[in-house]
Design a binder for this molecule. Sequence first.
Ligand SMILES: Cc1cc2nc3c(=O)[nH]c(=O)nc-3n(C[C@H](O)[C@H](O)[C@H](O)COP(=O)(O)OP(=O)(O)OC[C@H]3O[C@@H](n4cnc5c(N)ncnc54)[C@H](O)[C@@H]3O)c2cc1C
Length: 423
Amino acid sequence: MLTTPIAPFETYDVVVLGAGYAGLMASLRLGRRRLGLRVALINAEEQFVERVRLQEAMVAPVTPRIASLSNYLARTPVKFIKARARSLDLLQRRIIIEATGSTREIGFTQLIYALGSRVDTSTAPSASQYAYRLDPGEGLHATAALRAALHQLAGRPARVLAVGGGPLSIEAAGEVKSTWPEMDVTLLSATRAGDFTSDKVQAVLRRDLARLGVALVDNERVSEITASEVVTANGRHFAYDVCIWAAGMRAPSIAREAGLTVDAQGRVVVDTDLRSVSHPCILAVGDSAHPRGATGAPFRHSALTAAVSGVYAAEQVAAKIAEKTISPFTFSTFAQAIAVGRFAALFPLDANDHPILFVLGGRAARRLRDILVWLVLHFITFERLLPGIQSWPGRKRGASHPARAEIGNRPARKSSADVDDRG
Ligand SMILES: Cc1cc2nc3c(=O)[nH]c(=O)nc-3n(C[C@H](O)[C@H](O)[C@H](O)COP(=O)(O)OP(=O)(O)OC[C@H]3O[C@@H](n4cnc5c(N)ncnc54)[C@H](O)[C@@H]3O)c2cc1C
């Protein structure tokens, strides 16, 4: 009897999609030899991109601190696959990946979805056509292209428009004005720039932007972008030479296209165990996750949240295999820092992520912010050296319990965690 041959495909106990802070950390935790798991980590690039340094990359190329993920993972049991994930087949538990022009399938028992996020240009017509954004890669409007455009305009009073009132646009505007003081930099915000945080922090951010000479235009929502100007809903026109779009983030569309329950920004809706509410064999972490229900402090999208959620997801996976349950994900960080060119605002946070006590501004804060960024990377590196070592503030520890009955498709709870982003 003739049968259609089925192309052989690799299969793993756990596949981690995306090697950012979340995915890399999850893989290292899962790579503990005593777990004996077959783990694959799939990432589009060979290098580890420190997204928190992309605003520095607007000015000069940033030398990657992990230039080769293959080498970095060489002595671990994790198999690194440099490929772009194209789609996800939830029924067959397979991922279609593409590398060097050919596609293949990878099978999994559990999957950690860690594809991060990108700047969301869907909210204004033509933003994707004309505006640059702080995204990695070689895209026509990504950071490297933005750097080239800014260098071409250096020495001239070029008009640079940063759109958005959140940390991303503040960091972009501050970096440009610090580097090229001759440029005419404007921060255009739909609300009051900086109002995502406390009045005290906001005052420091706005003061430092003003000290650099960034013009702040509040309460102007962009309705249209053309090749040379931005038009707002109030009918004002802002001519520009370079427009940087930084008004919100969005997760890749793979999860939505596969049929996972996602939020309006394409982030996978997960329970407090970081498992998808619609498909519990999928866990989502970092910028790609939207937990509903309380997770300690609100699940703010940051590098540390990503790394910590990666560790937790790995432990969830290991617990499931051992037929145990672990406490829900809880995390609260202790401080936040936002760069404003050569300055920064750095402030401690309480367990609910509210700024407390004081706000450190100026150059000292910027130096401390860079140390924090370096420390997050070393949070990961320590895990590679001593797998299983990392923990985090606000973690709820609980004895492992025998597993509940097989997790099925769970009905939605009413409460939902706040999700911040950097837009
Ligand atoms: C300019 C800027 C400044 C920031 N500053 C700070 C800061 O100071 N402090 C802070 O805490 N946070 C900061 N953030 C936020 C922080 O960078 C993110 O929260 C963090 O990177 C999220 O980590 P992640 O692992 O979820 O996703 P990412 O870091 O985005 O990693 C996702 C990975 O998935 C890969 N990937 C995506 N799609 C595919 C695909 N289809 N196939 C294969 N691989 C794919 C990507 O290549 C990437 O390696 C900043 C962000 C930006 C953009």
